[in-house]
Design a protein around this ligand. Structure first.
Ligand code: CA
Length: 456
């Protein structure tokens, strides 16, 4: 197939005859995921008190998605949908996966299993949180290598044998073997990622690395030399968060430096997201900030589901651009499967869409409709409209069914439901149809939402 380069809407892509998308060779793929990082907590989104030079450079080197969403408002659902390119409800993940609980459905293909079939060398580093059973283990889900832990969180500091809660959920492992890690785990994950990337130099064929930090999730633990960077921050929790975030940013820089030193920067598509919004007052609050968004982790307000979302591919995606239509993390999966030329199994249709034709301007909005459900909470976005159903809080004693025009009101502060009852009805009907199609008739699981004081 003859390829030509074209420059459309500031994005260089390869456009194949017949408007099919192709690239000269399968690019390497690097997914970087942060945990519970606030929407506002990087320089690219206006953060002032915590420098994030490496994340900012990543955003500046490619495309910053201003309306980048995740399907899950907590860890496991979001990570599951990134792995599969499918709404996580389809594959048995409705909430964060508790210790010992069932994980991601065993036979659904993952981005790693697909890429492995397509000839990629694959590795996962960091937090897994998609199940602890053998059938859920990263090595059974398409990864050649794994270094990290299977659960949802653990101490960042070395385990003390005989003390603390070292268990199957928290134990650091290489492959399936327990290891004794002496470094702060964020540094260890940066080290392992850099090591994997350095090993790719000169190798034939592409690679996929999934670098999934548990930073900046609780527990609030930062090394002293990172805490000392932020003595000007008075609030202790924010100061610790700043140290944790700074350590993650440094280790993202370390991985990207290794990629560059391996001579692979221009052959590698790098994607970054946070797995969900920053937890503001519940769901393991960590002093993150989602300004100007309302709410946070565990909620279907924008603060729970809209996240930092960047993509870079030097020489292919033009640096310094923004994409302002709604996208969602499942699209990253679909994008890389298309780039890799993967033959997908029709039994497992994707909900994500490949983004390159949208980035080029050939196509317009990737999604007419996006929907969410978390316990009794839900939301739908269509165009600029969002209908959000939120549970009672100390401030709002009754549930809220609020209608918002996000083009004018990114903070979901002006409820237009009373003024636009027909729009409410239309969106509610559309959400119900989506729910029936994707989730079916089963009732929403009972997820306990604490009744807490929460400011938008
Ligand atoms: Ca998370």
């Amino acid at each position: 197939m003859k390829l030509k380069t074209t420059l459309v809407a500031g994005v260089t892509v390869w456009l194949a005859a017949g408007a099919a998308w192709a690239v000269p060779a399968k690019p390497n793929i690097l997914f970087i995921v942060a945990d519970d990082m606030g929407y506002a907590d990087c320089g690219a989104h206006g953060c002032k008190d915590v420098p994030t030079p490496n994340l900012d450079a990543l955003a500046k080197a490619g495309v910053r998605f201003t309306q980048g969403y995740v399907t899950g408002t907590v860890c496991s659902p979001s990570r599951a949908a990134l792995m599969t390119g499918r709404y996580h409800y389809r594959d048995g993940v409705f909430d964060w996966i508790h210790p010992g609980a069932a994980g991601l459905q065993a036979d659904v293909p993952t981005v790693a299993s697909y890429l492995k079939q397509a000839g990629y060398r694959t590795a996962a580093v960091g937090k897994w949180h998609l199940g602890e059973d053998n059938q859920c283990h990263p090595l059974r889900r398409g990864f050649d290598e794994f270094y990290g832990f299977l659960g949802g969180g653990r101490s960042y500091f070395p385990d003390k044998p005989g003390k603390g809660k070292v268990n199957h959920y928290t134990q650091l492992i290489r492959g399936q073997e327990p290891v004794v890690e002496k470094e702060y785990t964020t540094h260890a994950f940066g080290r392992e990622a850099a090591d994997f990337l350095a090993r790719q130099k000169g190798q034939a064929g592409p690679f996929f690395l999934y670098l999934a930090f548990n930073a900046v999730h609780t527990p609030m633990e930062a090394p002293d030399d990172y805490l000392s960077r932020f003595t000007a921050i008075e609030d202790k929790k924010r100061r610790t968060y700043a140290g944790m975030l700074s350590a993650m940013d440094d280790n993202i820089g370390r991985a990207l430096k290794a990629l560059k030193e391996a001579g692979l920067e221009e052959q590698t598509l790098v994607c970054f997201i946070s797995d969900n919004g920053g937890p503001i007052v519940r769901n393991a609050p960590n002093a993150s900030r989602n300004t100007p968004l309302r709410g946070g982790k565990g909620e279907t307000w924008e603060g729970g589901i809209r996240v930092p979302f960047f993509m870079k591919w030097p020489g292919h995606l033009q640096a310094g651009t923004t994409f302002e239509q709604p996208v969602i993390q499942m699209d990253l999966t679909a994008t890389v499967l298309e780039l890799a030329g993967v033959q997908r199994d029709a039994k497992w249709p994707l909900d994500g869409v490949g983004l390159l034709p949208y980035l080029s301007g050939e196509k317009k909005a990737p999604h007419e409709t996006l929907c969410w459900e978390y316990g009794q909470q839900w939301a739908i976005r269509q165009g600029d409209w969002k209908l959000t159903f939120a549970l009672p809080t100390k401030e709002a004693k009754t549930p809220i069914l609020g209608l918002y025009d996000l083009s004018q009101d990114i903070g979901e502060s002006r409820d237009l439901a009373a003024a636009q009852p027909e729009k409410v009805k239309q969106l509610q009907t559309a959400w119900a149809k989506w729910r029936k199609d994707v989730i079916g008739d089963q009732p929403a699981p009972n997820i306990t939402i604490k009744n807490v004081n929460r400011s938008p």
